[in-house]
Write a protein of this length. Sequence first.
Length: 349
Amino acid sequence: MTSSSPVKLTSLSSKGGCGCKIGPADLAKVLQELPQGISDPNLLVGLDTSDDAGVYRLNDTTAIVQTVDFFTPIVDDPYDFGQIAAANAISDVYAMGGKPITALNVVAFPIAALDKSILADILRGAGDKLKEADAVLVGGHSIDDQEPKFGMAVTGLIHPDKVRTNAGAQPGDSLVLTKPIGVGIMTTSLKKGLLSEKEIERVTKVMTTLNRKAAEISEKYTVHASTDVTGFGLLGHASEMAKGSNVGIRLFYKQVPILERVQELAKSGAVPGGTKNNFAHLEDVVTYPESMSQVEKWILCDAVTSGGLLLSVDSEEAKRLAEELRDNGVEAQVIGEVLGENKGRITVQ
């Protein structure tokens, strides 16, 4: 923690908890009402498969990756909040296989009500995370708002033939996850005053860690599909991969990395609304074992901020990839497999 500000940023958010996206069911209804855009063969990735970012081809060797993300504070330290928001926004570029190059700040802040040093700390945290990603801040936009919000619009570069999407998973692949889940439950618990300083530092470290190392190491392996796990939770993003790839997915619950004390905290009632919305949205496409508790189901649907990459990898390479990632400090595990049957659905074991 680097700021001495006495203000609890999470108390200024009417939502609190995970800073979640609009729920998947509501968002799907809104997107259905959008008119069809102009057809352009250079638009390599658009809205069709609910992917992490858009990709537009400039020429035969270069495409741009574009994404934007922002949310209300989920930790109290302004500097940490800036780092988390930046890492979360940049992650979409890594998920597509790209290299982030520029970013624009998106700021909403009650400038007359809060000390300006708080906003300065937020921007400083975000700037330091951009430097870590070797990306450059080129500007931004701010508004005076009663509820603080911060994020970034990020642009990256990628070769058109090397774009990773969530729609390329192949039967026989194994699924590798590169960060533990349970972030939404932990940050909701933080708002309720249920976490120790050590636990706050632990979940903050998870959220501020860039997916850069995981993305770069995985470039040496046969990765057929990729997404990052964020607001729709592990099962939500796995479901998008299953539908987009027209495959089935089997997840092994005991192999999924979960932050410490998450089950205990969830049992105490620290489950964000976004997590419960995710679970409700997925009820018709996920089959759980009869022995699985409601809390365990919620954990798999937990709304994550700045989560890890979910990679669909050639099964002969997945274990080796996970081992190399762990050797380099990435909390990676093989958590499931891709099936040719049960298309568009997920089975949890």
